[in-house]
Design a protein around this ligand. Sequence first.
Ligand code: SF4
Ligand code: SF4
Length: 469
Amino acid sequence: MTHDTSFPKHRSFDKHRSLPDEVRLENAMAGFVAEFGPAAQTWMNACVRCGLCAEACHFHLATGDAKYIPIHKIKPFEDAYSLTHGPFSWLNGLLGRKPKLTIEELGEWEELIYDSCNMCGRCTLACPMGIDIAELVKEARRGMYAAGLLPDRLARIVGNAEKQHSPFGTPEDFRRTIRKIEKEYGVSLPLDREKADVLMTLTPEELENRHLGVAGMARVLHHLGLDWTLCSDAFEATNFGYLSGNMELQGELTVRLIDKARQIGARMLIVPECGHAWGATRWEAAKWYGEPVNDIEVRHIVEVLADAVEEGRLKCRPVGESVTFHDPCQQIRRGGLEEKPRILMRALGMELREMDPHGTEGFCCGGGGGVLANDRAAPLRLKAFEIKKRAVEATGADRFVTSCNICEMTLERDITATGFEKPIESLIDLIGTHMITDQPPLKAPGRRTARKPAERKPAGRKASARKKG
Ligand code: SF4
Ligand code: SF4
């Protein structure tokens, strides 16, 4: 099945907000109700109020504020459920009761739905009833978005994604940037090839600020001998529809990538260092086609590299220092890739000192799920960072790395804001710079846009030198 990938016109977010309150409320309820599938209905009836999820959430642990208890965050969703689908909802209809929720109440809940939930799934893991609170928050966002209740900055980013498929810019902006990276680093970036085995995607952050990472990744893909391409009309991996609750946009962005992969005859679509991009494309694509997407293998870049190491196709010079690893929630806890980055760290000859907790139980960086794109949430996010900071310090490791762009940007900002001494680095960049290859070396970066993530900073140097993101 192929879809039209021309840019459709979405209703803008501002237009939603200008609607009368009753209409916005109706839209919110319709959005909530649309998400009341069998799983959501089961979960809504299953909570036994045991409170175990409270101890799982970094925002609750960092503040002690009861409003951040995970199950509490989906209250409007629960209320909408009990009014329309709950065991006594028939009585509401009989008595002609109107929904009790008001737009003001929903506005008050906006902070809980968008600022204080990364949809990281740590509470999901803790719940003895198997309630996927992260998924319920995601579903609740659909109603909130429909009512025009979205943090301002996130709304602006989503607006750009609606207009041109990527907040980064138009296909022309993309082509110009790709050619610029080629010139800057002397690397070839295949673009708009009509046929290729692999469709590679990127994030806005990589295109704006992480050119060295893009060049390094291209070098690795060439080294592995993959037949790959970037496409200027399907390059955006980050799914702002998924993050905001704009389901129409979520579907459009995913379908655009899968359809493009089919159009060029690709058998694999590689998702870059982005957490929710992986979830939206790998786990949710089938939703938009009504059937499993079996002909396109959606793979995270970490998997591709780890498999190449295990098959002996990728070897690295040893870094020879100790490292601690921040586990990106969407890759590790919700994506099942716990072992993959560890394979890469072993390939780099690094001594891994695990944080407590780590792996599937690791704490979120605090910026995922659109929280980083929401300026208003920064003070709360910084409080949650204290948990991560203590865990990193306790390991005594020389280096601190991760394998997700969003985690890296979040931790960079938090490190800068708090003066924490240990910079965060990209595992993929380390592979790109330590890979043993006969590929030509990258030209030395000569522009502001390039950072030097894999070059060891002198001990004690402040991470604020890397202020960006
Ligand atoms: S998904 Fe993560 S951030 Fe959201 S409530 Fe659960 S533990 Fe907290
Ligand atoms: S852990 Fe599960 S059952 Fe217990 S309060 Fe939280 S959501 Fe409800």
